[in-house]
Design a protein around this ligand. Structure first.
Ligand SMILES: Cc1ncc(COP(=O)(O)O)c(C=O)c1O
Length: 356
């Protein structure tokens, strides 16, 4: 049987919400009224057979790439699927980081069924470790998949490690897919997209997680032009053309990206300060600290995480993401950047649950 579902996505859609919702991954929603955008320019239909050209150009210029390398997609979610489905054939070997964002594994299982893993170790700060990739890669590997920043931990991959992983992939004729949906949460000296590191790199991203613009589903893939053309062709089987009003708002968003980004930064940084204070005082949990990112992957030192999170929800009205969705069931993930009062109270309630 082909793998045709995502337990994590179903849980996120139906179970993750709570009064104190720490089960988020991106920043709070950015309202349209705060975006300089003339709503009278909104249109229903437009010329977008292979993507609306002004938006394609905006993504290309933001990424520092040629527009021929840009493929638009509904969010990073569909970007990841379209990229993998274009690159992989049934039975091809794909090497995915562990722990990983569940949808990457689900999509790869659906497409090829032949998923292998390489470790990002907690005791190494979840660093991208080329030695782990070297150990797991084989001449059958067609694609290496990783996130930067890493979901769930928010660890940043070093440029040197990325280059080594790309070299390893090249040596066996594989490509590297880097999901950069959280990369712009590095608010200072933001690295350039790793697409620029080599022709075998394919990047996915969107304006969702870091900008609070999830509703317009502005996602994209960066790929060398021949591969990008193949992705557009495969997309003809699925989405055909994008939602044009979303494209128009996305163009406006690219003109003013700093407004949602700076707004979110203030909340993320206030939340991170609270998170660090919480981790300093709590002995019942531990986590790799990171400077950037909107999620933290927390280890529960004693006890069963699912039972703990059930009690946290039932008695304390607080939610977090069970680590089992990242194949690390003794952890849970908490999210920053939505609302600092809610985050502070959520942490207080986690402390109360740990104490009880
Ligand atoms: C690593 C990663 N990629 C992609 C997505 C989906 O992003 P989008 O909302 O742009 O579809 C998520 C959402 O949590 C994610 O964590």
């Amino acid at each position: 049987m082909m793998h045709k579902h995502s337990d994590y996505m179903h849980w996120a859609k139906t179970q993750s919400r709570a009064r104190f919702n720490l089960a988020t991954s991106g920043v709070g929603s950015f309202p349209l009224k705060e975006l300089p955008f003339d709503c009278t320019t909104l249109e229903i239909n437009g010329e977008n057979s292979y993507g609306y050209v002004p938006l394609k150009r905006a993504i290309a210029s933001y990424s520092g790439v040629d527009p021929d390398c840009v493929v638009m997609a509904a969010g990073t979610s569909f970007a990841n699927y379209l990229a993998m489905a274009t690159i992989l054939e049934p039975g091809d070997e794909v090497l995915i980081e562990h722990p990983a964002y569940g949808l990457l594994v689900d999509a790869a299982r659906y497409i090829t069924g032949n998923v292998k893993r390489f470790a990002r170790r907690e005791d190494d700060g979840y660093a991208l470790d080329p030695a782990a990739v070297r150990q797991a890669i084989s001449p059958r590997t067609k694609l290496v998949v990783l996130t930067n920043l890493h979901n769930p931990s928010s660890a940043e991959a070093s440029d040197a490690a990325l280059r080594e992983v790309i070299d390893l992939a090249r040596s066996v004729g594989a490509r590297v897919l880097v999901d950069e949906v959280y990369l712009d949460a590095i608010y200072e000296n933001t690295p350039q997209t790793s697409f620029l590191l080599g022709p075998e790199v394919v990047v996915t991203s969107s304006l969702t997680k870091v900008y609070g613009l999830s509703g317009i589903r502005c996602g994209w893939i960066l790929a060398e032009p021949d591969l990008a053309r193949a992705m557009w062709q495969l997309n003809n089987l699925f989405a055909a053309t994008p939602v044009h009003p979303g494209e128009l708002i996305s163009v406006a968003a690219f003109e003013h990206l700093d407004i949602p980004r700076q707004k979110a930064r203030r909340v993320v940084e206030a939340d991170r300060k609270l998170l660090n204070e919480f981790l300093d005082r709590e002995t019942g949990v531990s986590a790799v600290r990171t400077r950037w990112g909107t999620t933290s992957f927390v280890r529960l030192v004693r006890g069963d995480v699912d039972a703990f999170l059930d009690r946290l929800r039932a008695e304390f009205e607080t939610s977090a993401v069970p680590g089992r969705f990242f194949e690390m069931p003794d952890h849970f993930r908490i999210g920053m950047g939505v609302n600092t009062e809610m985050f502070a109270e959520g942490l207080r309630r986690i402390s109360a649950a740990l104490a009880g």
